[in-house]
Design a protein around this ligand. Structure first.
Ligand code: F6P
Length: 552
Protein backbone atom coordinates (compact mmCIF):
# COMPACT_ATOMS: atom_id res chain seq x y z
CA UNK A 1 0.00 0.00 0.00
CA UNK A 2 1.39 3.46 -0.85
CA UNK A 3 2.01 5.70 2.17
CA UNK A 4 -0.96 7.84 3.16
CA UNK A 5 -0.83 11.59 2.68
CA UNK A 6 -0.30 13.84 5.67
CA UNK A 7 -3.90 14.96 5.40
CA UNK A 8 -5.15 11.36 5.53
CA UNK A 9 -3.03 10.61 8.57
CA UNK A 10 -4.27 13.75 10.33
CA UNK A 11 -7.85 12.68 9.58
CA UNK A 12 -7.18 9.22 10.99
CA UNK A 13 -5.68 10.76 14.12
CA UNK A 14 -8.65 13.10 14.51
CA UNK A 15 -11.03 10.15 14.29
CA UNK A 16 -8.93 8.21 16.77
CA UNK A 17 -9.01 11.20 19.10
CA UNK A 18 -12.82 11.28 18.88
CA UNK A 19 -12.95 7.59 19.72
CA UNK A 20 -10.96 8.31 22.89
CA UNK A 21 -13.43 10.98 24.05
CA UNK A 22 -14.78 9.81 27.38
CA UNK A 23 -12.24 6.99 27.71
CA UNK A 24 -10.61 7.29 31.13
CA UNK A 25 -6.98 6.45 31.80
CA UNK A 26 -8.16 4.48 34.84
CA UNK A 27 -10.04 2.15 32.49
CA UNK A 28 -7.11 1.86 30.10
CA UNK A 29 -4.94 0.70 33.01
CA UNK A 30 -7.62 -1.70 34.23
CA UNK A 31 -8.00 -3.20 30.76
CA UNK A 32 -4.32 -3.80 30.10
CA UNK A 33 -1.99 -5.20 32.72
CA UNK A 34 0.96 -4.77 30.37
CA UNK A 35 0.46 -1.05 30.00
CA UNK A 36 3.47 0.02 32.06
CA UNK A 37 5.82 -2.46 30.34
CA UNK A 38 4.45 -1.56 26.95
CA UNK A 39 4.62 2.20 27.43
CA UNK A 40 7.99 2.62 29.08
CA UNK A 41 11.51 2.80 27.75
CA UNK A 42 15.12 3.14 28.85
CA UNK A 43 17.80 5.13 27.01
CA UNK A 44 21.19 6.64 27.90
CA UNK A 45 20.57 5.86 31.58
CA UNK A 46 17.13 7.52 31.68
CA UNK A 47 13.86 5.68 32.16
CA UNK A 48 10.65 7.08 30.69
CA UNK A 49 7.22 5.96 31.85
CA UNK A 50 4.66 7.21 29.34
CA UNK A 51 1.86 4.87 30.36
CA UNK A 52 -0.17 7.67 31.96
CA UNK A 53 -0.93 9.28 28.60
CA UNK A 54 -4.14 9.34 26.61
CA UNK A 55 -2.85 6.73 24.22
CA UNK A 56 -3.81 3.22 23.22
CA UNK A 57 -2.10 0.63 21.06
CA UNK A 58 -3.52 2.45 18.05
CA UNK A 59 -2.18 5.93 18.90
CA UNK A 60 1.55 5.69 18.45
CA UNK A 61 1.46 3.87 15.10
CA UNK A 62 -0.60 6.77 13.74
CA UNK A 63 1.70 9.39 15.26
CA UNK A 64 4.72 7.52 13.89
CA UNK A 65 3.11 7.54 10.47
CA UNK A 66 2.75 11.30 10.81
CA UNK A 67 6.43 11.54 11.77
CA UNK A 68 7.46 9.52 8.73
CA UNK A 69 5.31 11.64 6.46
CA UNK A 70 7.11 14.71 7.84
CA UNK A 71 10.45 13.11 6.92
CA UNK A 72 11.62 13.02 10.52
CA UNK A 73 14.39 10.48 10.08
CA UNK A 74 15.83 12.20 7.01
CA UNK A 75 15.80 15.61 8.70
CA UNK A 76 17.39 14.19 11.84
CA UNK A 77 20.16 12.64 9.76
CA UNK A 78 20.60 15.90 7.85
CA UNK A 79 21.07 17.76 11.13
CA UNK A 80 23.70 15.31 12.38
CA UNK A 81 25.49 15.49 9.01
CA UNK A 82 25.76 19.26 9.28
CA UNK A 83 23.43 20.21 6.43
CA UNK A 84 22.19 23.78 6.49
CA UNK A 85 18.79 23.00 7.93
CA UNK A 86 18.56 26.43 9.61
CA UNK A 87 17.41 27.91 6.32
CA UNK A 88 16.46 31.41 7.44
CA UNK A 89 19.96 31.98 8.81
CA UNK A 90 21.57 29.71 6.22
CA UNK A 91 23.44 27.70 8.85
CA UNK A 92 24.13 24.15 9.90
CA UNK A 93 22.79 23.03 13.26
CA UNK A 94 25.59 21.22 14.97
CA UNK A 95 25.34 21.41 18.73
CA UNK A 96 25.55 17.61 18.55
CA UNK A 97 29.07 17.95 17.08
CA UNK A 98 30.18 19.58 20.35
CA UNK A 99 29.77 16.27 22.15
CA UNK A 100 30.68 14.02 19.25
CA UNK A 101 33.02 11.28 20.42
CA UNK A 102 33.22 9.48 17.11
CA UNK A 103 36.25 9.21 14.89
CA UNK A 104 34.65 10.10 11.54
CA UNK A 105 35.27 13.64 10.29
CA UNK A 106 32.34 16.04 10.26
CA UNK A 107 32.69 18.37 7.31
CA UNK A 108 31.18 21.86 7.27
CA UNK A 109 32.07 24.13 4.36
CA UNK A 110 34.89 21.83 3.38
CA UNK A 111 36.59 21.50 6.76
CA UNK A 112 36.31 19.00 9.58
CA UNK A 113 34.82 20.78 12.61
CA UNK A 114 35.76 18.13 15.17
CA UNK A 115 39.44 19.11 15.55
CA UNK A 116 38.41 22.77 16.07
CA UNK A 117 35.95 21.73 18.75
CA UNK A 118 38.53 19.60 20.52
CA UNK A 119 41.11 22.40 20.37
CA UNK A 120 38.77 24.81 22.14
CA UNK A 121 37.85 22.13 24.70
CA UNK A 122 41.57 21.67 25.42
CA UNK A 123 42.08 25.43 25.67
CA UNK A 124 39.17 25.62 28.13
CA UNK A 125 40.47 22.67 30.16
CA UNK A 126 43.95 24.18 30.37
CA UNK A 127 42.57 27.51 31.54
CA UNK A 128 40.23 25.87 34.04
CA UNK A 129 42.96 23.68 35.50
CA UNK A 130 45.21 26.70 35.93
CA UNK A 131 42.50 28.74 37.66
CA UNK A 132 41.29 25.82 39.80
CA UNK A 133 44.81 24.92 40.95
CA UNK A 134 45.73 28.51 41.68
CA UNK A 135 48.51 28.51 39.05
CA UNK A 136 46.67 31.36 37.36
CA UNK A 137 45.70 34.06 39.83
CA UNK A 138 44.15 37.49 39.83
CA UNK A 139 46.28 40.62 39.29
CA UNK A 140 47.32 40.82 42.95
CA UNK A 141 48.36 37.17 43.14
CA UNK A 142 45.20 36.07 44.96
CA UNK A 143 43.57 32.80 44.04
CA UNK A 144 40.30 33.12 42.08
CA UNK A 145 37.40 31.83 44.17
CA UNK A 146 34.41 33.40 42.40
CA UNK A 147 33.45 33.26 38.73
CA UNK A 148 30.78 35.57 37.36
CA UNK A 149 29.21 34.55 34.05
CA UNK A 150 27.76 37.64 32.39
CA UNK A 151 25.39 36.56 29.64
CA UNK A 152 21.70 36.22 28.89
CA UNK A 153 19.34 33.71 27.26
CA UNK A 154 21.35 30.78 25.95
CA UNK A 155 24.53 32.37 27.28
CA UNK A 156 23.13 32.14 30.81
CA UNK A 157 20.25 29.69 31.25
CA UNK A 158 22.14 26.49 30.37
CA UNK A 159 25.22 27.19 32.52
CA UNK A 160 23.19 28.39 35.49
CA UNK A 161 20.83 25.43 35.30
CA UNK A 162 23.71 22.94 35.07
CA UNK A 163 25.70 24.56 37.90
CA UNK A 164 22.63 24.46 40.13
CA UNK A 165 21.96 20.83 39.25
CA UNK A 166 25.57 19.79 39.86
CA UNK A 167 25.98 21.92 42.98
CA UNK A 168 26.82 18.92 45.22
CA UNK A 169 29.71 18.07 42.91
CA UNK A 170 31.18 21.54 42.45
CA UNK A 171 34.74 21.82 43.74
CA UNK A 172 36.09 24.91 41.99
CA UNK A 173 35.47 28.63 42.24
CA UNK A 174 31.88 29.49 43.14
CA UNK A 175 29.83 30.24 40.00
CA UNK A 176 27.59 33.31 39.85
CA UNK A 177 25.38 34.46 37.00
CA UNK A 178 24.34 37.93 35.97
CA UNK A 179 21.87 38.25 33.13
CA UNK A 180 19.28 40.95 33.76
CA UNK A 181 20.11 44.49 32.65
CA UNK A 182 18.39 45.62 35.85
CA UNK A 183 21.34 47.02 37.81
CA UNK A 184 20.04 45.14 40.84
CA UNK A 185 21.26 41.85 39.40
CA UNK A 186 24.88 42.89 39.08
CA UNK A 187 24.79 45.37 41.96
CA UNK A 188 23.56 42.85 44.51
CA UNK A 189 26.22 40.36 43.51
CA UNK A 190 29.11 42.85 43.46
CA UNK A 191 28.39 43.68 47.11
CA UNK A 192 29.38 40.12 48.01
CA UNK A 193 32.52 39.82 45.86
CA UNK A 194 36.21 40.42 46.49
CA UNK A 195 37.59 41.92 43.25
CA UNK A 196 41.01 40.38 43.84
CA UNK A 197 39.49 36.91 43.77
CA UNK A 198 36.88 37.33 41.05
CA UNK A 199 36.97 36.29 37.42
CA UNK A 200 34.33 37.63 35.00
CA UNK A 201 33.33 35.68 31.91
CA UNK A 202 31.58 37.77 29.28
CA UNK A 203 29.52 35.16 27.45
CA UNK A 204 27.78 36.25 24.30
CA UNK A 205 27.55 34.49 20.98
CA UNK A 206 27.16 37.74 19.07
CA UNK A 207 28.88 40.06 21.56
CA UNK A 208 26.30 42.66 20.61
CA UNK A 209 23.62 41.86 23.19
CA UNK A 210 22.69 45.08 24.93
CA UNK A 211 22.10 43.62 28.39
CA UNK A 212 25.32 41.63 28.42
CA UNK A 213 27.48 44.47 27.20
CA UNK A 214 25.96 46.87 29.75
CA UNK A 215 26.63 44.41 32.57
CA UNK A 216 30.12 43.67 31.27
CA UNK A 217 31.02 47.38 31.09
CA UNK A 218 29.76 48.01 34.60
CA UNK A 219 31.61 44.97 35.97
CA UNK A 220 34.76 46.18 34.22
CA UNK A 221 34.37 49.68 35.70
CA UNK A 222 33.82 48.18 39.17
CA UNK A 223 36.97 46.10 38.90
CA UNK A 224 39.11 48.88 37.40
CA UNK A 225 38.00 51.27 40.17
CA UNK A 226 39.26 48.83 42.79
CA UNK A 227 42.32 47.21 41.24
CA UNK A 228 43.28 49.65 38.51
CA UNK A 229 42.85 49.50 34.73
CA UNK A 230 45.93 47.29 34.31
CA UNK A 231 44.28 44.53 36.37
CA UNK A 232 41.30 44.13 34.03
CA UNK A 233 43.00 41.66 31.70
CA UNK A 234 43.67 39.22 34.55
CA UNK A 235 40.05 39.27 35.72
CA UNK A 236 38.14 39.05 32.46
CA UNK A 237 37.72 36.47 29.77
CA UNK A 238 35.19 36.10 26.97
CA UNK A 239 33.25 33.46 25.11
CA UNK A 240 31.98 34.42 21.70
CA UNK A 241 31.83 33.80 17.97
CA UNK A 242 32.63 37.50 17.41
CA UNK A 243 36.37 37.75 17.99
CA UNK A 244 36.62 41.30 16.68
CA UNK A 245 34.16 42.53 19.27
CA UNK A 246 35.89 40.72 22.14
CA UNK A 247 39.16 42.36 21.10
CA UNK A 248 37.60 45.80 21.00
CA UNK A 249 36.18 45.18 24.48
CA UNK A 250 39.81 44.77 25.55
CA UNK A 251 40.00 41.05 26.19
CA UNK A 252 43.26 39.51 24.98
CA UNK A 253 43.03 36.65 22.43
CA UNK A 254 44.50 34.14 24.92
CA UNK A 255 41.47 34.73 27.11
CA UNK A 256 38.85 34.39 24.40
CA UNK A 257 37.15 31.04 23.91
CA UNK A 258 35.57 30.65 20.52
CA UNK A 259 32.56 28.86 19.20
CA UNK A 260 30.80 28.84 15.89
CA UNK A 261 27.68 30.15 14.20
CA UNK A 262 26.36 26.61 13.76
CA UNK A 263 25.77 26.45 17.52
CA UNK A 264 22.45 28.07 18.40
CA UNK A 265 22.46 30.19 21.57
CA UNK A 266 19.97 27.96 23.40
CA UNK A 267 21.94 24.88 22.34
CA UNK A 268 25.31 26.25 23.38
CA UNK A 269 26.03 25.06 26.91
CA UNK A 270 28.18 22.27 25.42
CA UNK A 271 30.46 24.82 23.79
CA UNK A 272 32.78 27.36 25.43
CA UNK A 273 29.56 28.92 26.77
CA UNK A 274 29.92 26.14 29.37
CA UNK A 275 33.20 27.65 30.64
CA UNK A 276 31.61 28.62 33.98
CA UNK A 277 30.46 24.99 34.39
CA UNK A 278 33.94 23.70 33.65
CA UNK A 279 35.56 26.15 36.05
CA UNK A 280 33.19 25.21 38.85
CA UNK A 281 32.93 21.46 38.23
CA UNK A 282 36.22 20.66 36.51
CA UNK A 283 37.04 19.44 33.00
CA UNK A 284 36.30 15.79 33.85
CA UNK A 285 32.74 16.53 34.95
CA UNK A 286 32.21 18.75 31.93
CA UNK A 287 33.34 15.81 29.85
CA UNK A 288 30.79 13.63 31.70
CA UNK A 289 28.07 16.07 30.69
CA UNK A 290 29.14 15.82 27.04
CA UNK A 291 29.30 12.01 27.30
CA UNK A 292 25.73 11.83 28.60
CA UNK A 293 24.48 14.05 25.80
CA UNK A 294 26.40 11.99 23.24
CA UNK A 295 24.77 8.78 24.55
CA UNK A 296 21.37 10.38 24.04
CA UNK A 297 22.45 11.60 20.57
CA UNK A 298 23.40 8.04 19.63
CA UNK A 299 20.06 6.75 20.88
CA UNK A 300 18.17 9.45 18.98
CA UNK A 301 20.13 8.77 15.83
CA UNK A 302 20.11 4.97 15.89
CA UNK A 303 17.09 3.64 17.79
CA UNK A 304 14.03 2.83 15.70
CA UNK A 305 11.60 5.73 15.95
CA UNK A 306 8.98 3.54 17.65
CA UNK A 307 11.41 2.96 20.55
CA UNK A 308 13.09 6.32 20.54
CA UNK A 309 12.70 8.45 23.65
CA UNK A 310 12.89 11.96 22.16
CA UNK A 311 10.65 10.86 19.29
CA UNK A 312 8.01 9.43 21.60
CA UNK A 313 8.05 12.47 23.87
CA UNK A 314 7.82 14.77 20.88
CA UNK A 315 4.95 12.84 19.32
CA UNK A 316 2.95 12.71 22.52
CA UNK A 317 3.36 16.48 22.80
CA UNK A 318 2.11 16.95 19.23
CA UNK A 319 -0.84 14.66 20.04
CA UNK A 320 -1.99 17.05 22.77
CA UNK A 321 -1.29 20.34 20.98
CA UNK A 322 -2.86 19.41 17.65
CA UNK A 323 -5.50 16.83 18.48
CA UNK A 324 -6.61 17.71 22.03
CA UNK A 325 -6.18 21.48 21.69
CA UNK A 326 -3.95 21.66 24.76
CA UNK A 327 -1.28 24.31 24.54
CA UNK A 328 0.74 24.00 27.73
CA UNK A 329 3.30 21.61 29.12
CA UNK A 330 4.35 21.49 32.77
CA UNK A 331 7.86 20.48 33.82
CA UNK A 332 7.95 19.28 37.43
CA UNK A 333 11.37 18.22 38.64
CA UNK A 334 11.35 16.43 41.98
CA UNK A 335 14.89 17.60 42.65
CA UNK A 336 15.83 20.93 44.15
CA UNK A 337 18.99 21.05 42.04
CA UNK A 338 16.84 21.09 38.89
CA UNK A 339 14.99 24.21 40.00
CA UNK A 340 16.15 26.17 36.93
CA UNK A 341 15.28 23.39 34.48
CA UNK A 342 11.79 24.78 33.69
CA UNK A 343 13.30 28.21 32.92
CA UNK A 344 15.97 26.60 30.76
CA UNK A 345 13.35 24.56 28.89
CA UNK A 346 11.22 27.65 28.37
CA UNK A 347 13.93 29.13 26.19
CA UNK A 348 14.85 25.84 24.56
CA UNK A 349 11.29 25.00 23.62
CA UNK A 350 9.50 28.32 23.28
CA UNK A 351 12.28 30.17 21.44
CA UNK A 352 12.66 27.16 19.14
CA UNK A 353 9.05 26.26 18.45
CA UNK A 354 7.06 29.41 19.20
CA UNK A 355 6.61 29.95 15.46
CA UNK A 356 3.68 30.65 13.13
CA UNK A 357 5.39 30.37 9.76
CA UNK A 358 6.25 27.18 7.89
CA UNK A 359 9.73 26.53 6.51
CA UNK A 360 8.50 27.59 3.08
CA UNK A 361 7.26 30.93 4.44
CA UNK A 362 3.55 30.16 4.38
CA UNK A 363 1.46 30.90 7.49
CA UNK A 364 0.61 27.83 9.52
CA UNK A 365 -2.99 26.72 9.90
CA UNK A 366 -2.33 24.66 13.01
CA UNK A 367 -0.86 25.26 16.45
CA UNK A 368 2.82 24.80 17.31
CA UNK A 369 4.92 25.09 20.47
CA UNK A 370 3.11 24.97 23.81
CA UNK A 371 3.72 27.18 26.82
CA UNK A 372 6.32 25.57 29.04
CA UNK A 373 6.18 26.21 32.75
CA UNK A 374 6.92 24.55 36.04
CA UNK A 375 8.56 24.54 39.43
CA UNK A 376 10.26 21.89 41.46
CA UNK A 377 8.04 19.57 43.47
CA UNK A 378 6.94 19.76 46.22
CA UNK A 379 6.75 23.56 46.09
CA UNK A 380 4.48 23.49 43.07
CA UNK A 381 2.11 21.19 44.92
CA UNK A 382 1.38 24.00 47.37
CA UNK A 383 0.92 26.55 44.62
CA UNK A 384 -0.47 25.61 41.22
CA UNK A 385 -1.27 21.90 41.50
CA UNK A 386 -4.84 22.84 42.49
CA UNK A 387 -5.19 24.02 38.88
CA UNK A 388 -3.54 20.86 37.55
CA UNK A 389 -6.00 18.65 39.43
CA UNK A 390 -9.27 20.57 39.31
CA UNK A 391 -8.88 23.42 36.81
CA UNK A 392 -11.24 23.51 33.84
CA UNK A 393 -8.41 22.89 31.41
CA UNK A 394 -5.62 20.39 31.78
CA UNK A 395 -1.89 20.44 31.25
CA UNK A 396 0.25 17.40 30.47
CA UNK A 397 3.14 17.19 32.89
CA UNK A 398 6.67 15.80 32.88
CA UNK A 399 7.62 14.55 36.34
CA UNK A 400 11.40 14.21 36.67
CA UNK A 401 12.64 12.03 39.49
CA UNK A 402 16.16 11.07 40.59
CA UNK A 403 16.03 7.88 42.65
CA UNK A 404 18.88 8.99 44.91
CA UNK A 405 19.59 12.31 46.53
CA UNK A 406 22.97 13.98 46.98
CA UNK A 407 21.68 15.08 50.37
CA UNK A 408 20.43 11.94 52.11
CA UNK A 409 18.70 13.18 55.23
CA UNK A 410 16.26 11.11 57.25
CA UNK A 411 13.06 10.45 55.37
CA UNK A 412 13.36 13.44 53.06
CA UNK A 413 14.02 11.59 49.85
CA UNK A 414 11.41 8.91 50.48
CA UNK A 415 8.88 11.69 51.09
CA UNK A 416 9.91 13.40 47.86
CA UNK A 417 9.59 10.18 45.84
CA UNK A 418 6.22 9.37 47.43
CA UNK A 419 4.94 12.83 46.58
CA UNK A 420 6.11 12.61 42.99
CA UNK A 421 4.50 9.22 42.38
CA UNK A 422 1.34 10.26 44.23
CA UNK A 423 0.86 13.36 42.10
CA UNK A 424 1.02 11.58 38.76
CA UNK A 425 -1.20 8.84 40.20
CA UNK A 426 -3.75 11.40 41.45
CA UNK A 427 -3.75 13.24 38.12
CA UNK A 428 -4.35 10.00 36.28
CA UNK A 429 -6.88 8.30 38.60
CA UNK A 430 -8.82 11.23 40.01
CA UNK A 431 -11.43 10.60 42.67
CA UNK A 432 -15.03 9.75 41.81
CA UNK A 433 -18.32 10.44 43.60
CA UNK A 434 -18.48 7.03 45.32
CA UNK A 435 -15.01 7.55 46.78
CA UNK A 436 -15.81 11.08 47.96
CA UNK A 437 -19.12 9.98 49.54
CA UNK A 438 -17.41 7.08 51.33
CA UNK A 439 -14.69 9.40 52.68
CA UNK A 440 -17.16 12.00 53.91
CA UNK A 441 -19.32 9.32 55.53
CA UNK A 442 -16.25 7.89 57.27
CA UNK A 443 -15.52 11.39 58.60
CA UNK A 444 -19.08 11.55 60.01
CA UNK A 445 -20.23 14.36 57.68
CA UNK A 446 -24.03 14.33 57.50
CA UNK A 447 -25.40 13.16 54.15
CA UNK A 448 -27.00 16.48 53.15
CA UNK A 449 -23.75 18.39 53.78
CA UNK A 450 -21.85 15.63 52.01
CA UNK A 451 -23.93 16.18 48.85
CA UNK A 452 -23.17 19.92 49.01
CA UNK A 453 -19.46 19.26 49.32
CA UNK A 454 -19.34 16.48 46.77
CA UNK A 455 -18.76 18.53 43.57
CA UNK A 456 -15.94 20.48 45.21
CA UNK A 457 -14.15 17.33 46.26
CA UNK A 458 -14.31 15.44 42.98
CA UNK A 459 -11.13 14.96 40.95
CA UNK A 460 -11.81 14.26 37.28
CA UNK A 461 -8.48 12.48 36.76
CA UNK A 462 -7.59 11.39 33.23
CA UNK A 463 -4.87 14.05 33.30
CA UNK A 464 -1.78 12.77 31.54
CA UNK A 465 1.86 12.81 32.53
CA UNK A 466 5.23 11.27 31.81
CA UNK A 467 7.66 10.30 34.53
CA UNK A 468 11.35 10.47 33.73
CA UNK A 469 13.46 8.56 36.21
CA UNK A 470 17.22 9.03 36.68
CA UNK A 471 19.35 7.09 39.08
CA UNK A 472 20.78 10.34 40.43
CA UNK A 473 21.85 13.68 39.03
CA UNK A 474 25.35 13.23 37.66
CA UNK A 475 27.07 15.03 34.80
CA UNK A 476 26.20 12.04 32.60
CA UNK A 477 22.52 11.77 33.48
CA UNK A 478 22.10 15.54 33.29
CA UNK A 479 23.75 15.66 29.86
CA UNK A 480 21.44 12.91 28.65
CA UNK A 481 18.38 14.67 30.08
CA UNK A 482 19.18 17.98 28.40
CA UNK A 483 19.92 16.32 25.06
CA UNK A 484 16.64 14.42 25.37
CA UNK A 485 14.72 17.68 25.54
CA UNK A 486 16.78 19.23 22.73
CA UNK A 487 15.81 16.35 20.47
CA UNK A 488 12.20 16.35 21.61
CA UNK A 489 12.01 19.98 20.51
CA UNK A 490 13.61 19.02 17.18
CA UNK A 491 11.07 16.24 16.63
CA UNK A 492 8.18 18.60 17.24
CA UNK A 493 9.63 21.35 15.08
CA UNK A 494 10.01 18.81 12.27
CA UNK A 495 6.42 17.61 12.57
CA UNK A 496 5.22 21.20 12.53
CA UNK A 497 7.39 22.00 9.51
CA UNK A 498 9.02 25.03 11.14
CA UNK A 499 12.60 26.20 11.62
CA UNK A 500 13.36 25.51 15.30
CA UNK A 501 16.74 27.21 15.02
CA UNK A 502 16.02 30.86 14.36
CA UNK A 503 14.45 33.41 16.74
CA UNK A 504 13.28 36.40 14.73
CA UNK A 505 10.51 36.92 17.27
CA UNK A 506 12.92 38.44 19.77
CA UNK A 507 14.14 41.13 17.39
CA UNK A 508 11.29 43.64 17.24
CA UNK A 509 11.34 44.38 20.97
CA UNK A 510 15.14 44.84 20.85
CA UNK A 511 14.79 47.25 17.93
CA UNK A 512 12.08 49.31 19.60
CA UNK A 513 14.02 49.44 22.88
CA UNK A 514 16.87 50.97 20.86
CA UNK A 515 14.52 53.65 19.47
CA UNK A 516 13.12 54.41 22.91
CA UNK A 517 16.59 54.74 24.42
CA UNK A 518 17.35 57.25 21.68
CA UNK A 519 14.08 59.09 22.49
CA UNK A 520 15.11 59.20 26.14
CA UNK A 521 18.37 60.83 25.12
CA UNK A 522 16.39 63.39 23.10
CA UNK A 523 14.08 64.01 26.07
CA UNK A 524 10.81 63.21 24.25
CA UNK A 525 9.13 60.46 22.23
CA UNK A 526 9.53 60.65 18.48
CA UNK A 527 6.47 61.95 16.59
CA UNK A 528 4.29 59.03 15.54
CA UNK A 529 4.91 56.93 18.64
CA UNK A 530 1.58 55.48 19.82
CA UNK A 531 -0.16 57.34 22.64
CA UNK A 532 0.27 54.61 25.23
CA UNK A 533 4.02 54.17 24.73
CA UNK A 534 4.54 57.92 24.44
CA UNK A 535 2.52 58.54 27.62
CA UNK A 536 4.52 55.97 29.56
CA UNK A 537 7.81 57.36 28.27
CA UNK A 538 6.81 60.92 29.26
CA UNK A 539 5.93 59.64 32.70
CA UNK A 540 9.42 58.17 33.02
CA UNK A 541 11.10 61.30 31.71
CA UNK A 542 8.95 63.41 34.04
CA UNK A 543 9.99 61.35 37.04
CA UNK A 544 13.65 61.82 36.06
CA UNK A 545 13.07 65.56 35.87
CA UNK A 546 11.51 65.61 39.34
CA UNK A 547 14.41 63.65 40.82
CA UNK A 548 16.90 66.03 39.19
CA UNK A 549 15.03 69.09 40.47
CA UNK A 550 15.01 67.68 43.99
CA UNK A 551 18.73 66.99 43.81
CA UNK A 552 19.47 70.62 42.83
O1 F6P B 1 17.01 36.54 23.14
C1 F6P B 1 17.54 36.30 21.91
C2 F6P B 1 18.91 35.73 21.94
O2 F6P B 1 19.46 35.94 20.69
C3 F6P B 1 18.96 34.26 22.33
O3 F6P B 1 18.66 33.42 21.29
C4 F6P B 1 20.34 34.14 22.83
O4 F6P B 1 20.51 32.97 23.56
C5 F6P B 1 20.46 35.40 23.66
O5 F6P B 1 19.76 36.36 22.90
C6 F6P B 1 21.84 35.88 23.94
O6 F6P B 1 22.55 36.13 22.78
P1 F6P B 1 24.11 36.31 22.79
O7 F6P B 1 24.72 35.04 23.28
O8 F6P B 1 24.49 36.63 21.38
O9 F6P B 1 24.44 37.45 23.72
Amino acid sequence: MPPRSRQEIVLALSEHRRALEGVHLRDLFAADRQRFDKFSLEAAGLFLDYAKHRITDATLPLLLELARSAGLEARRDAMFRGERINVTEDRSVLHTALRNRGSDPLMVDGSDVLPQIRTVLEQMAGFCRAIRSGALTGATGQRIDAVVNIGIGGSDLGPVMVCEALEPLLDGPRPHFVSNVDGAHLGRLLKTLDPERTLFIVASKTFTTQETLANARSARAWLAARLGEAAVGRHFCAVSTNLEATASFGIGPERVFAFWDWVGGRYSLWSAIGLSIMLAAGPERFDGLLAGAWDMDCHFRNAPIARNMPVLMGLIGVWYVNFWDVHAQAVLPYDQGLHRLPAYLQQLDMESNGKRTALDGTPLTYATGPIIWGEPGTNGQHAFYQHLHQGTGWTPADFILPLHSHYPMGEHHAMLVANCLAQSQALMQGKDAAQVRAELAAQGVDPARAEELLPHRLFPGNRPSSTLVLDRITPHSLGALIALYEHKVFVQGTLWGINSFDQWGVELGKQLAGHLLRDMGAGAPEPGVDASTAGLLRRYLGSLQKTENKAR
